[in-house]
Design a protein around this ligand. Sequence first.
Ligand SMILES: Cc1ncc(COP(=O)(O)O)c(C=O)c1O
Length: 509
Amino acid sequence: MSYRQAKWSEPTVFELARHGAVGVDFPELDEELKQALDEVLNEIPEQLKRRELNFLELSELDVVRHYTRLSQMNFGVFSGMYPLGSCTMKYNPTISEEVVSYEEIYNCHPLQPVETVQGCLEIIWRLEQILKEITGMSRFSFQPAAGAQGEFLGCLIIRAYHKDKGLDYKNVMIVPDSAHGTNPASATMAGYEVKVVKSDEDGCVNISELEKIVDKRVAGIMLTNPNTLGLFEKNIEKIVDIIHSVDGLLYYDGANLNALLGKVRPADMGFDIVHLNLHKTFSTPHGGGGPGSGPVGVIDKLVDYLPSPLINYDESRNFYYLDYDRPKSIGRMKMFYGNFTVLVKAYVYLLRMGGEGLRKVAESSVLSSNYLLHKVKKLQGVTLPYAPESYRKHEFVVSLSKLYKETGVSARDVAKRLLDYGFHAPTIYFPLIVDEAFMIEPTESESKREIDAFYDALSSVINESYKDPEKVKTAPHNTSIGRIDEVRASHPKTMIPSWRVYVTRRERL
Ligand SMILES: Cc1ncc(COP(=O)(O)O)c(C=O)c1O
C-alpha cells in the first residue's frame, strides 16, 4: 500500500560511513601546485591550523543511495496527486525546466548592463503583454516574490493613490470572511484597519452587510473570485459599484486564476488591481518555500504608483530599458526584476498553451473539480455547506463535521490517513467559515484515472473511519515519519530538532 519504501530505520550516512571507503578520486597534485600550497600553509599560524578533519568516508554508491532514499521520503507533484485546494500544486512541464537551464538564462546577472541582457528584458516585457491580455490590466510589476508580497504591494499602491488624491483619511480595508489569511495580514501590514464582511448562505459576499460597513473611510476591498469556496461572486458588479461609489479600489486576489483563464478578465469585472501567482497558475509548483512570483497588475490610473523600474520598449531603437524616472512610484519591493526564472517558466508555459490551451485549462480545472465533488459529496459523513446545489469552479470545500460527530475522526485524521494511500492531503481547516473544512482541488493536470483513484482512497478512509476509527486517528502508518505533535513541530521555541524525530521514530520501530 505504501508508495514510499524509504524508512527512517534504514541506516543514515553517518552509519554507512566506514574508514577507507572512497567516493571520489582526486588527481595527484603536480610539484608546482604542491609548492604553492605549502607556501600558503606556511603562512598560517600553527595555532590556527586544524589537526584533523573528520569527513565521512563513503563510497559513491552509498552516497547515491542515501540521496535517492531521502528523495523517496519526500512527496512532491512528481510523486503523486497533490490536491491542495487554494495552494494549487499542479504539474510543472519539463520544457519550462529545460528552458530555464539554458546558459543564457541562468548565467545572466541582474547587474549586467542592459545592452547585454536585452533577451531577458524582452522575455519579461513579452510576458507582461500576455498577462495584460489575460487580465485586462494596463501594466504589471514583476518584483513581488510571492502572492502575499503582491497583496502588500497592492495595498501600498492603494494608499499612495489615495494620498495623492488628498484622500488620506481612507484607512479601512474590507475583506470577506472567506478570504485567504494573507489578505487581512497584508492590509494590516500596510497600515489599514481591516473590516470583515460576512458571507451569505450562498457563500458569496453578503451585500446588505457590505453596504452597512462601507463609508468614506473605506480604501478598498480585497476579493478572491472565484472565492475560496470555489464559488463565483455573482454580485461582483454590485460590489464594484458600492466600493467605487466611495472612491474605494477593488483588489483582485488572483492567486488561483486557472478557473477563469480566457473566460473572464478581472479588469472587465471592475477590479483595479490584481496579483497573480505565477508559481501556482502558470506552471511553477507552489510550496516548499521555493522562489515564487506574484506580479501585480493595475489599471491606467494606478500605473504611476507601481514599483520602479518598469521595463519599457523603445521601438525606434528596438531596445528594452529600465525606467526609473517615475516620481510617484511606491519604491522597490524586491531587488532587480523579481524571481526571473519563475517568470521564464511562466512565459514558456503561456507560449506553449496559447489562448485556446489556456481556455482548456479553465474548462478542465472546473470539470475535474465538479466531477470529483459530485462523487465526494455523496460519501457518508460528508456535507457540502454553502449553495449545495451550485457548481463550483476549480476547487470545492466539503465539511467533515458530520463524520467527526459520528466517529470522532476529524478532517486532520482523514488527511493524515490519505498519506498512507499515496496522496498528498488536501487543504484542511480553511476557509475558516467551514467546520472541519476539507478543501480539494484536483487541478487541470490530473487525469480522470488519477482523480478516480483519489476518490477511491478517500472513500476507503471514510469507510475505515466508521469501522476502525482508531486506525485513522493514529495515521499515517506507512510514511517515513508517523504522526508528530503539530504544535510543537511548527513552533520555533518548542520545535523538535529533526534528529529527535528520527530517534523517537527509530526507538519505536
Ligand atoms: C487565494 C490566495 N491568496 C493568496 C495566496 C498567497 O500566495 P503566496 O503563498 O504566494 O504568498 C494564496 C496562496 O496559496 C492563495 O491561495
